[in-house]
Ligand binder design. Structure first.
Ligand code: FAD
Ligand code: UDP
Length: 359
C-alpha cells in the first residue's frame, strides 16, 4: 500500500512527492496527461525548448525556494522584459519611465508623476480593476495597455474584475524594464522537464491516469492538485476558470520579433501575446518557433489555466474549502486545488510547508 497517492505531476505534486520519498514514504504520482511537469512541460522543436502551456519564467524573493529549485536545474540570467504592441506602436512593460517617455515625452520622474496625477481623477479606494489601474497609472495607459488586454484575457469588463490582478505588475519611476521585482529570476537551461525527472526519480509515476476513472486506487493519504470543485462533484455548482488555446508555428527566419514576449494590448487583436521561445535561452538556431496565445472561457475538456477569483467564485470556493477541511485523508494543494492565482515560487513554498507539517 502506498503512503501517498499524489494526483497531479505538476509542481505542487512533484515537490510534495519528492519530499515524501526523501523521508522513506512510498508515493504513487498520477497525471491524466501523457507527461509530468504540469503547465511547465516543455517540448523540443528545431533545437528550441517550447513552453507548451505558456511562457514560464521563474522568479522569487524567497531564498529557500530559489536554492531548492536550483538543486534540480541550472538557471540562466533571463530577465523578463516584455514589450506591448498597441496598434503597431511599441511600449516597454512593466509601466516605467521608458513607457511614460514614449507616451508623453516625460523625461523625469516628477514630470511623469504629474502627468499620472492629472489623469487619476478622484478615486480614493479603488473598487475594481478599472479604478485600480487608473489610480495607479492614469487613463492613457489604462486605455492603451490595460483595458483591451485585460478584457480579452478575462472575458469580462474591467469594472467587473478584482483590483488585485493588476497589482501583480510593478509601476516604477526608473528606466527599468524588468517585469518582476523579485531578487532571483531565470529560466532553466535545457528546459523544465529535467526538474521533474529529478523530483519524481524515487516515486512510481502513472501517466494518462485520471483520478476520477481510477477511484479504486488506494493509499493511506491522497494529495490532490486537480480542480477542487470537480473533486466534490461540483455540488455547489462549478467554479469558473479561464482557458487558453495556443497556436504554434515554425518560421524559416532566425529572429521573428526580437523579444521572448510581445503583448498585443488592443481589444481588436484576438490573441493576447506572441511568445518566441528561443529567446528564453538566448538561442541562435537558424529557425524560430512562435506561439500565439488566445484566451477563452473554460469548458469541460479544456485545460483550466486560471482561477477567476472574483466575489461570486470566491464565495463558492469557500464552500468547497469547508468540505475539504472535513476530508481527513486528503490534502488539497496547488493552483487548482487551492483555486489561487499562484506563481511557481508560491506553489513550491506551499508544497514545502505542507510537507513539513505532514511528514
Ligand atoms: P499544474 O501545473 O496545473 O498541475 C496540476 C496537474 O494535475 C496537471 O498536470 C493536471 O494534468 C493534473 N490533474 C488535474 N486533474 C487531474 C485528475 N483528475 N487526474 C489526474 N491528474 C490530474 N508562474 C510563474 O512563476 N512564472 C511564469 O512566468 C508563469 N507563467 C504562466 C503562464 C501561463 C499561461 C499559466 C497558465 C501559468 C503561468 N504560471 C507562471 C503559473 C504556473 O503555471 C503555476 O504556478 C504552476 O504550474 C502550478 O503548479 P500546480 O502543480 O499547482 O498545477
Ligand atoms: N496586463 C495588462 N496589460 C499587459 C499585461 C498584463 O493589462 O500588457 C494585466 C492583465 O489584466 C493581466 C494582469 O495584468 O491579467 C497580470 O499580468 P501577468 O503578465 O502577470 O499575467 P499572466 O502571465 O499570469 O497571464
Amino acid at each position: 500500500m502506498y503512503d501517498y497517492l499524489v494526483v497531479g505531476a505538476g509542481l505542487f505534486g512533484a515537490v510534495f512527492a519528492r519530499e515524501a520519498a526523501r523521508v522513506g514514504k512510498k508515493c504513487l504520482v498520477i497525471d491524466k496527461r501523457a507527461h509530468a511537469g504540469g503547465n511547465l512541460y516543455c517540448e523540443s522543436a528545431e533545437g528550441i525548448n517550447i513552453h507548451k502551456y505558456g511562457a514560464h519564467i521563474f522568479h522569487t524573493s524567497d531564498s529557500e525556494v530559489w536554492d531548492y529549485i536550483n538543486q534540480f536545474a541550472e538557471f540562466n540570467r533571463y530577465t523578463n522584459a516584455p514589450v506591448a504592441n498597441f496598434k503597431g506602436e511599441i511600449y516597454n512593460l512593466p509601466f516605467n519611465m521608458n513607457t511614460f517617455y514614449k507616451l508623453w515625452g516625460t523625461a523625469s520622474p516628477d514630470e511623469a508623476k504629474r502627468m499620472i496625477d492629472s489623469q487619476r481623477g478622484s478615486i480614493s479606494e479603488p473598487k475594481n480593476l478599472e479604478e485600480q489601474a487608473i489610480s495607479l497609472v492614469g487613463a492613457d495607459i489604462y486605455e492603451k495597455l490595460i483595458k483591451g488586454y485585460t478584457e480579452k484575457q478575462w472575458g469580462r469588463r474591467c469594472e467587473e474584475l478584482p483590483a488585485f490582478i493588476i497589482k501583480r505588475l510593478p509601476v516604477r519611476f526608473t528606466y527599468d524594464n524588468n517585469y518582476f521585482n523579485d531578487r532571483y529570476q531565470g529560466v532553466p537551461i535545457g528546459g523544465y522537464n529535467q526538474i521533474f525527472d529529478r523530483l519524481l526519480g524515487d516515486c512510481d509515476v502513472a501517466l494518462e491516469t485520471d483520478y476520477f476513472t481510477h477511484r479504486g486506487m488506494k493509499a493511506k493519504k491522497t494529495v490532490y492538485t486537480g480542480m477542487i470543485d470537480e473533486f466534490f462533484g461540483c455540488e455547489f455548482g462549478p467554479l469558473e476558470y479561464r482557458s487558453l488555446s495556443f497556436e504554434t508555428e515554425t518560421l524559416d527566419t532566425q529572429n521573428f520579433q526580437g523579444n521572448a514576449v510581445v503583448n498585443y494590448t488592443s481589444g481588436d487583436v484576438p490573441f493576447t501575446r506572441i511568445i518566441e521561445h528561443k529567446h528564453f535561452e538566448f538561442g541562435d538556431q537558424p529557425k524560430t518557433v512562435i506561439t500565439r496565445e488566445y484566451p477563452k472561457a473554460w469548458q469541460k475538456g479544456d485545460e483550466p489555466y486560471y482561477p477567476v477569483n472574483d466575489k461570486a467564485n470566491t464565495e463558492r470556493y469557500l464552500k468547497y474549502q469547508a468540505l475539504a477541511k472535513n476530508e481527513r485523508n486528503v490534502i488539497f494543494g496547488g493552483r487548482l486545488g487551492s483555486y489561487r492565482y499562484y506563481d511557481m515560487w508560491r506553489v513550491i513554498r506551499e508544497a514545502l510547508d505542507m510537507a513539513r507539517r505532514e511528514l
